[in-house]
Structure formats: structure tokens, C-alpha cells
Design a protein around this ligand. Structure first.
Ligand SMILES: [Zn+2]
Ligand SMILES: [Zn+2]
Length: 278
């Protein structure tokens, strides 16, 4: 593959990220990876892109289409682990392995543009690091199976799209301490003073069959369903997942779809009684 055949941002299925040509999958995936690293405190402000789509000779052609990225500095096992959870085959590549700089090399799973690199992802799933060629054993002669994988496998083999959805939930979980803190003081309501209870708990509420005590017990039960039962958490998770869809719809200019997703988010987040427990 010569440089002349490299895709450009105007090639169908491609765009750009950080001023470099990248397939649409990477254009969607990299910002979410960055946001999760920020939420985890694994970067201070940004990821450091070294190569996306490109023809660096050391890459052996794996970057000539899409779905492959190289990042400088985000090379620790923690950075690699997050990328793997998000649906990438990812490794730290080092100067000792004859690369000109230490970097993280990654290949997205489920990307239709990564033909020259996908063998490395498959090698990772089989326990190898994507470099070199096996000289013996079950994978003898196959590229990508020259060395055992140096990093742990992810908890699940997600596609890059599933990885984005998983990451959005993680980001929401890691970045909403304010919601929990605000709810915390109310979690254990002060007991009603005994003197008032004597007086009020048997009071009838005008126009209703239940008395104040029964109404209070019911309200407390409903409150605990929402707070302790995690109903708010689930609604936030669902809204966050919808946000990922919203981004895609906006990017495609599908305004009606975007509006319906917005409506759904609004319903998800409105504080209304949860449906009757089943
Ligand atoms: Zn690379
Ligand atoms: Zn792609």
C-alpha cells in the first residue's frame, strides 16, 4: 500500500480527529475514550495522538485504512485496560520492540475499515500481542502470534460501539458525586418527634381514607424506592445511553430522531413515581 492510496477526510466513511484522517468509528470512539480517561484521572487534559490513518513504515501497513490508532504517553496498563474494555485490541508498544517511540497501539473491534489490522485484534483474543509471526504451535506461520499478550483480557469482548455505551455509563457513574451528595442528607430522615406523632398520626386527611401516619409511611416507602432502590441511577444510566444515540443522530443531521431522543431523555429524567413494582 503506497501513501497515494491512503484515505482522506473526504473519503466516504472517514473524517478527522485532532486534525488527522480517521474512520468514522475512531472519530466517535476517541473522544469518549478521552472523556473516560479524564473521569478516571488517567489524563490531565487530552490524549496525545501520534498516528491514526497513516503509512508509517514501522506500522507495517496496519494503519493504512481505519480503526487503528497510536497514542503517545497513554501507555500504562491502566490506559490499555480502559481501551480494551471499550472494544479495542490495545497494547503498549515500546522502543525495545524496535518502535521509534513508546506508544499505545490500538485496533477497534467491529470497525469495517480495519482490514489490515484486525488480525491483531484476533491475536489478542487468542492470547497473543499482535507482533511477529508464530514459528510453531497452533498458530504457526500466522502474523500477530509471535509473542504472548502482555496485558490482561477485558471483562467482556465489546465492539467499539458497545464500548462507547459501556464507557458513557462509567463516565456517568464517575462524574455524578454531586447527585449522591445532595441526596445523602435526606437518605435517613429524622424521626418525627414522639409528641407530634401522638397527635398527628391518627389525624384524618380531609377527603382521603388514609390518615397522616399512613400517608407518611407510603411516601417514605416511595422515596426509598426512588433513592435506595437505585431508580434514579437507572434513569440516569438510561438517559446517558440515549445521549450517545443523540450524538450520532445530530452528527447525521437526523433532527427528527434527535428530537425524539431528547423527548425520551426528558421523560427518563423527570421525577415522577416509578411504575408499580412487579
Ligand atoms: Zn500503531
Ligand atoms: Zn472504522
Amino acid at each position: 500500500m503506497g501513501g497515494a492510496s491512503l484515505p482522506t477526510p473526504s473519503t466516504p466513511g472517514y473524517g478527522s480527529y485532532a486534525g488527522r484522517t480517521a474512520c468514522d468509528c475512531l472519530v466517535a470512539w476517541l473522544p469518549v475514550y478521552k472523556r473516560l480517561l479524564l473521569a478516571k484521572g488517567l489524563i490531565k487534559s487530552d490524549i496525545d495522538v501520534w498516528q491514526l490513518t497513516g503509512g508509517a513504515p514501522a506500522s507495517g501497513g496496519t494503519h493504512t485504512q481505519g480503526g487503528a490508532y497510536d497514542l503517545l504517553y497513554q501507555t500504562s496498563p491502566a490506559h490499555i485496560a480502559v481501551a480494551r474494555e471499550m472494544g479495542a485490541g490495545a497494547w503498549g508498544r515500546t522502543v525495545a520492540q524496535n518502535f521509534s517511540k513508546d506508544h499505545q497501539h490500538g485496533v477497534l473491534y467491529g470497525c469495517p475499515h480495519n482490514d489490515p489490522a484486525v488480525y491483531q485484534y484476533t491475536a489478542m483474543r487468542n492470547g497473543f500481542n499482535g507482533l511477529g509471526r508464530a514459528t510453531s504451535g497452533r498458530f504457526a506461520g500466522m502474523w500477530g502470534y509471535g509473542h504472548l499478550d502482555e496485558y490482561p483480557k477485558p471483562s467482556a469482548w465489546r465492539t467499539w460501539r458497545q464500548g462507547i455505551a459501556w464507557a458513557e455509563v462509567e463516565i456517568a457513574r464517575l462524574t455524578r458525586p454531586a447527585v449522591k451528595a445532595a441526596a445523602a442528607p435526606a437518605r435517613k430522615p429524622q424521626p418525627v418527634p414522639a409528641k407530634e406523632a401522638d397527635m398527628q398520626f391518627t389525624d384524618k386527611i380531609p377527603g382521603r381514607s388514609e390518615n397522616v401516619g399512613q400517608a407518611l409511611a407510603r411516601a417514605l416507602w416511595a422515596y426509598e424506592q426512588i433513592i435506595d432502590g437505585g431508580s434514579i441511577d437507572r434513569r440516569i444510566d438510561s438517559a446517558v445511553a440515549a445521549l450517545a444515540e443523540l450524538r450520532v443522530a445530530v452528527a447525521k443531521g437526523e433532527t427528527e430522531v434527535a428530537q425524539s431522543i431528547l423527548d425520551r431523555i426528558e421523560v427518563d429524567l423527570s421525577v415522577k413515581p416509578a411504575p408499580a413494582p412487579q
